[in-house]
Design a protein around this ligand. Structure first.
Ligand SMILES: Nc1ncnc2c1ncn2[C@@H]1O[C@H](COP(=O)(O)OP(=O)(O)OP(=O)(O)O)[C@@H](O)[C@H]1O
Ligand SMILES: [Mg+2]
Length: 224
């Protein structure tokens, strides 16, 4: 279980806090969805949860234990927005093993099968993959480390309708084994697979019912 308690991020150069007393609980094997407009603090929150930035105050707990940034780096795997732009391996195998040359072929195979890419040759260049496959590979790059918490920044951004659909199905499958926290400005079909949901605005987080939001999204289409 992930608990955030009164998390504040207020760099001294900023007139107001970027994250304002964030409280959040996320149970294992659930998908939490945070929806907010551009600049609301979504990526900043994921940077803190992945140990890339330190909060100004407040706490992050995993189960009973309060974690510091170094522990969060172990616990969490962050997939950035447009992760394929950061690929630097010449092959799928190289990409998966970057920073972990010790990982054996079983771990490599398992990570690829988690994301439905087990049929691809390990010698394939990541740049030769389709957009949806590249996004899946970026997930596998994190999953191979076996983090407890998978953090996804705009996972469906830039994908066409059909790839987006496939990716949503993949997330629904992944949450059976992992705890997922997804941030997006465009919830759309992610609402249907969210177990809990929050809106973030100017760094303030409030809990909302995903089912209520889903109805709102569907209503205009039903009327059309
Ligand atoms: N270290 C920092 N110092 C100053 N300002 C920052 C810092 N990090 C983020 N910001 C500002 O904090 C706000 C939140 O940024 P963030 O990138 O988290 O938003 P976001 O919700 O992810 O937006 P988008 O949907 O466009 O990706 C922005 O106004 C940004 O300019
Ligand atoms: Mg962002």
């Amino acid at each position: 279980m992930l608990y955030l308690r009164n998390l504040v991020y207020h760099p001294t150069a900023c007139p107001t806090a970027i994250l304002k007393s964030i409280n959040l609980n996320l149970a294992p094997q659930q998908l939490g969805l945070i929806i907010g407009p551009s600049g609301s603090g979504k990526s900043t929150l994921l940077e803190i949860l992945s140990g890339l930035a330190e909060p100004t105050s407040g706490s992050v707990f995993w189960r009973e234990q309060e974690l510091i940034a170094e522990q969060l780096q172990q616990l969490a795997g962050l997939v950035f927005q447009f992760p394929e732009r950061h690929f630097c391996g010449g092959t799928i195998l190289e990409e998966l093993r970057l920073g972990h040359p010790e990982l054996g072929s079983e771990r490599v195979k398992h990570a690829l099968s988690e994301v439905g890419l087990e049929h691809l040759s390990l010698d394939t260049s990541p740049h030769a993959l389709s957009g949806g496959q590249q996004r899946r590979l970026a997930f596998a790059v994190q999953l191979i480390r076996q983090p407890h918490l998978l953090l996804l920044d705009e996972p469906t951004a830039g994908l066409d309708w059909s790839m987006r659909r496939q990716l949503v199905n993949l997330l629904a499958k992944l949450k059976k084994d992992w705890t997922l926290l997804v941030v997006t400005h465009d919830a759309g079909d992610l609402l249907a697979i969210a177990d809990c949901c929050w809106m973030i605005n100017h760094g303030e987080l409030r809990s909302v019912d995903p089912k209520a939001l889903e109805t709102k999204v569907k209503e205009p289409q039903a009327a059309a």
